[in-house]
Design a protein around this ligand. Structure first.
Ligand SMILES: Cc1cc2nc3c(=O)[nH]c(=O)nc-3n(C[C@H](O)[C@H](O)[C@H](O)COP(=O)(O)O)c2cc1C
Length: 457
């Protein structure tokens, strides 16, 4: 566990992320997601508040599982429309110095040579402040739009993701030596060709001879984030992730998840304590308890239940419109997001959830705990998760944008700083890159015990 908490803003380059209906709240500025000025303001506020990174979720396809129809998703802005998050990053990086950016990318619908180039570019342009959240995508509609007849099943998606990252690691870590770039004007030699080698990858899904087309960027491999919760997803996280998003809504679930992924990571020869675990939280804060409760009630009034069901139907790959609202949610092994399913069927063995209860709970931030109260109360809760449960950081989920972020920065962060849980604004940073800030170690490179380094050194 790190000595202070790491804060990410969990957002999406779209009208709605995980609080369906909140864009209808008076004063919410989510529809400005199409404006550069909106994102540069968010970046400045997040940096002022000691956030380590802005974490962009992203999705391919449209949420059309609910009612077997895309109408609800389109009408109610269920993560649609959404822009490509990675294109927003350079503008945000240009107005900040230390803020990092975690961008979600799917290994199912792109090619590793292409993605490696994009992230090397982003790492250069941000001076080493970039992370990738590796996902395999869950909506069948994405597959149909991207050249496949149907969605690949999960095991195959993860097999492809394994090979995908192997190719990327080889391009990022092995293809160019540290001394390859000489920039020798007199000799007219920019790069020593002997120090740039092919990767000669021939696999089941990809054939990539290389070499990489970009010179080494500050971190080479971007910081790797993952949020897998199925057995296969946990294994993938253990082998690859430097930061892991634990999506369980209960303390027991989070503890079990962290212990399990850490022990799987040890089996790959990694120091299990080097993995950083984040949970999502939905803080709703007011100067007094009454003000916070009133704000919560107002936010809850704007929850769009039908949009929430459309979102969850996509997460679960289960058409919730077919179920009676008072029907109990039964566990299934889903080909979509197992973590969302487990949240309601596995994480509290004694609790049964009806469809209605799930929709009400998820309307504000989906499966993450909502913390309503004064700055002191929110800080107490975060301190508990950090000090007692052992999580390293929080993905702060917004309800109203950008007010939820501003509330957190102006009210909660001073309290966290007061308690030493967030470093002061003028504190020395462990390094210039996102990886150095996340791991607190003096190297921008992947740790030597990461499987990608072991194969390359
Ligand atoms: C908290 C959380 C956030 C996620 N964010 C995204 C996302 O932005 N885009 C996406 O395509 N998948 C996202 N996923 C899906 C996964 O990373 C993973 O691919 C999916 O959950 C299927 O694997 P699993 O059943 O092992 O979790 C997220 C999952 C969780 C639990």
């Amino acid at each position: 566990m790190t000595d202070h908490v790491h804060l990410n803003l969990f957002t999406m380059a779209s009208v709605e992320h995980v609080s369906p209906g909140s864009w209808t709240y008076p004063g919410d500025r989510s529809p400005e997601y199409t404006d550069t000025a909106y994102w540069t303001e968010v970046a400045r506020t997040a940096e002022r508040g000691g956030f380590e990174a802005v974490f962009f979720a992203d999705v391919r396809g449209i949420y059309d599982v609910y009612g077997d129809d895309r109408e609800a998703a389109i009408e109610r802005a269920v993560q649609t429309p959404a822009n490509d998050p990675q294109l927003v990053v350079p503008a945000m990086a240009a107005v900040t110095d230390e803020l990092g950016f975690a961008v979600t990318r799917s290994t199912t619908y792109t090619h590793p040579y292409q993605l490696a180039r994009e992230f090397s570019t982003l790492d250069h342009l941000t001076d080493g402040r970039i992370a990738i959240n590796v996902v395999t995508s869950y909506l069948a509609s994405a597959a149909e739009n991207l050249g496949l007849d149907e969605r690949m099943e999960k095991t195959e998606r993860y097999d492809r993701a394994d090979e995908f990252l192997d190719v990327c690691y080889a391009l990022w870590e092995d293809s160019w030596t540290d001394d390859a770039v000489e920039r020798d004007r007199e000799a007219g030699r920019y790069t020593d060709p002997k120090q740039v080698t092919p990767i000669d990858h021939e696999g089941e899904h990809f054939s990539v001879p290389g070499p990489h087309g970009c010179e080494p960027s500050p971190q080479r491999t971007p910081v790797v984030y993952q949020a897998g919760s199925s057995d296969r997803g946990r294994e993938f996280a253990a082998a690859n992730a430097e930061a892991v998003f634990a999506s369980q809504p209960t303390e027991e679930g989070v503890r079990e998840y962290m212990t399990d992924v850490r022990s799987r990571a040890a089996a790959y020869g990694r120091d299990p304590d080097s993995l950083r675990f984040f949970i999502g939280v939905v803080p709703i804060v007011g100067e007094t308890r009454e003000l916070a409760s009133a704000k919560h009630a107002e936010y809850a009034r704007h929850v769009d239940v039908e949009a929430t069901l459309a979102l969850l139907s996509g997460f679960l790959d289960m058409d919730l419109s077919e179920l009676d609202p008072d029907q109990k949610v039964e566990h299934i092994e889903t080909d979509a997001i197992q973590g969302t399913m487990n949240a309601f069927t596995r994480s509290q063995p004694d609790r049964e959830w009806t469809v209605r209860e799930v929709a009400e709970f998820c309307g504000l931030g989906t499966t993450s705990p909502t913390i309503v109260g004064t700055p002191e109360h929110v800080a107490d809760e975060l301190a508990y998760w950090h000090e007692e449960v052992g999580v390293d950081g929080f993905n702060v989920k917004e309800v109203v944008r950008p007010d939820s972020l501003a509330d957190f920065v102006d009210l909660v962060v001073p309290e966290l700083r007061e308690r030493g849980l967030v470093p002061p604004a003028d504190a020395d940073s462990p390094g210039d890159t996102l990886r150095e800030r996340l791991l607190g170690e003096g190297s921008p490179r992947l740790r030597a015990d990461h499987p990608a380094r072991e194969s390359s050194d």
